[in-house]
Write a protein that binds this ligand. Structure first.
Ligand SMILES: [Zn+2]
Length: 63
């Protein structure tokens, strides 16, 4: 009898599919990390588009 193995989406380790309450993750930790990633709003970070347009450190020293 061959055990089915799946790759954990979180840590990319091979883990068994059967008898695994956390599948497709390898452990509770990986599952929580993934869920938290989507649930706690960490995707709503402000975009870093507004870079200050000062030309600091740039000198046009033509003589
Ligand atoms: Zn994992």
């Amino acid at each position: 009898m061959k055990a089915i193995k799946v790759k954990c989406p979180q840590c990319k380790r091979l883990t068994s599919w059967e008898n695994n309450p956390y599948r497709p993750f390898c452990c509770e930790r990986c599952k929580l990390i993934d869920l938290g990633h989507w649930a706690d709003g960490s995707y709503s970070l402000p975009a870093q588009d507004e870079a200050p347009s000062k030309e600091e450190g740039y000198h046009d020293d033509e003589i």
